[in-house]
Design a protein around this ligand. Structure first.
Ligand code: UDX
Length: 436
């Protein structure tokens, strides 16, 4: 079986390399020739742990190659995974599905008989059925099919999540398609990975529902943080206590700056837009609150910085540790850390940002900020240190050593990831979010 993977972002590049690792001959397709050249020389154009060795290994043995030609991919492969982006439309809640549509329209006329197109991108419910109709209408080849197979990988763990998924979901009504995809995922299935075979609509909804649930869980605990801040209670202890209830669970109850990235924020917005189109305005209206709570945490962090600096923010040096939306990633899409840095800069602070991986991407998005190339350079003579992305490098900081370098011992822990006891013992004025 030969495989093509269309779109080579975090999802597609990882999926392509992992398919090669599982023994398939793979071609990856992207519209960006510079990216294709990089991938063909074994270089991953973004930060994703463990991906580059895998890519290099399979590019070197010719099991994996990249091209800009959809026609070439159509002639080569039996199964085509669609991994292109579905970003939020400008000024609207809805997702832009035009890239997914363009891939299906581009592939369809050139497919081989019996070819299978498998969508992995996150799309509004109903998109896959429409794409299937397009495919059947435009493809002259007999027996082509379209299925949906949503992806649940987390950036930073993309390789592990792809090779060892915690579940597989396949939307199709065809037993032939199911068999083909069972062959693709034979490795994970042999390891006991659960498989849910369902309709196209359910498969699409599983992804929207999963990300909405995760976002709701984070915003729930951040709403509790707001209550804690007003009452002197401690949200970290609260999360520990309720998290012991196995029905609730402690994961994704990390209170702090909230969620960002290329998935959760846009997926909850796209879900609301789709529900509105379906006339179900009330069904997921709560996701508007989930979004609002999330965005309020950023404003709260800025006002906390103001408070800690005694109300005078202009010309004070603020070390912002972290720009990525989460650690082990260079992704700054909708990054809470970078938003806070931007807002402090707008209010006149001298903001110096340090991130172990995201300086390049952050500089492109927020060129007005100053970026340090070393961690020490960021906090040197700072009036306030803010940990806004919980990279392990920041959690390992020795508060006593840092204390000797700063102008004032003020620290804001935007991720509730530092140990307040050791920081306070070293003479720091420590503030977390939702903590007394
Ligand atoms: C998410 C889903 O987890 C994944 O299944 C889906 O395929 C894509 O979207 P990802 O965007 O990589 O993955 O990040 P995730 O690890 O889920 O974190 C999302 C955001 O939530 C980050 O900004 C993170 O810092 C924040 N977060 C996470 C919290 O604020 N608190 C938590 O307790 C957990």
């Amino acid at each position: 079986m030969k495989i093509s993977v269309i779109g080579t972002g975090y999802l597609g590049a990882t999926h392509a390399a992992c398919m090669a690792e599982l023994g398939f001959d793979v071609v990856g397709v992207d519209v960006d020739p510079a990216k294709v050249d990089q991938l063909n020389s074994g270089v991953v154009p973004f930060f994703e742990p463990d991906l580059e060795p895998l890519l290099r290994k399979h590019v070197e043995t010719d099991r994996l190659r990249f091209t800009t030609s959809l026609v070439e991919a159509a002639a080569f492969a039996d199964v085509h995974f669609v991994c292109v982006g579905t970003p939020q439309q400008k000024g609207r809640l809805a997702a832009d599905t035009s890239y997914v549509e363009a891939v299906v329209e581009g592939l369809a006329p050139h497919l081989r008989p019996g070819a299978l197109v498998v969508g992995k991108s996150t799309v509004p419910v109903g998109t896959a059925a429409a794409l299937r109709e397009t495919l059947l209408r435009l493809s002259p080849a007999p027996d082509v099919e379209l299925a949906w197979n949503p992806e649940f990988l987390r950036e930073g763990f993309a390789v592990a999540d792809t090779l060892r998924p915690d579940r597989l979901v396949i939307g199709t009504s065809s037993t032939y398609v199911e068999e083909q995809l069972r062959t693709v995922y034979a490795h994970a299935l042999a390891d006991g990975c659960p498989l849910i075979v369902t309709s196209l609509e359910t498969a699409e909804l599983v992804k929207s529902a999963a990300n909405s649930f995760l976002a709701t869980k984070i915003s729930f605990i951040n709403a509790m943080a707001e209550i804690c801040e007003a009452t002197g209670a401690d949200v970290v202890q609260l999360a520990d206590a309720i998290g012991h209830d196995v029905r609730i669970g402690r994961r994704f109850l990390g209170a702090g700056l909230g969620f960002g990235g290329g998935c959760l924020p846009k997926d909850i917005r796209a879900f609301q837009a789709r529900a509105n189109e379906l006339g179900l305005t009330k069904s997921v209206a709560f996701l508007g609150d989930v979004d609002d709570i999330n965005v309020r945490r950023r404003a709260r962090t800025v006002s906390l910085a103001h408070e800690v600096l005694g109300g005078r923010i202009s010309d004070r040096k603020v070390a912002v540790l972290g720009a990525a939306f989460k650690p082990n990633s260079d992704d700054v899409r909708d990054s809470p850390a970078l938003d806070v840095a931007d807002q402090l800069h707008l209010r006149g602070a001298e903001v110096v940002v340090y991130d172990p991986a995201a300086t390049g991407t952050a500089r492109r998005r927020s060129p007005q900020l100053t970026y340090a190339s070393r961690l020490e350079e960021a906090y040197d003579c700072a009036d306030l240190v803010m940990v806004l992305t919980e990279w392990s490098e920041f959690l390992a900081l020795d508060p006593a050593a840092v204390a000797g370098k700063v102008r004032a011992r003020n620290v804001i822990d935007g991720r509730n990831a530092l140990d307040p006891v050791t920081w306070r013992a070293a003479g720091w004025h420590y503030r977390g979010l939702g903590r007394p």
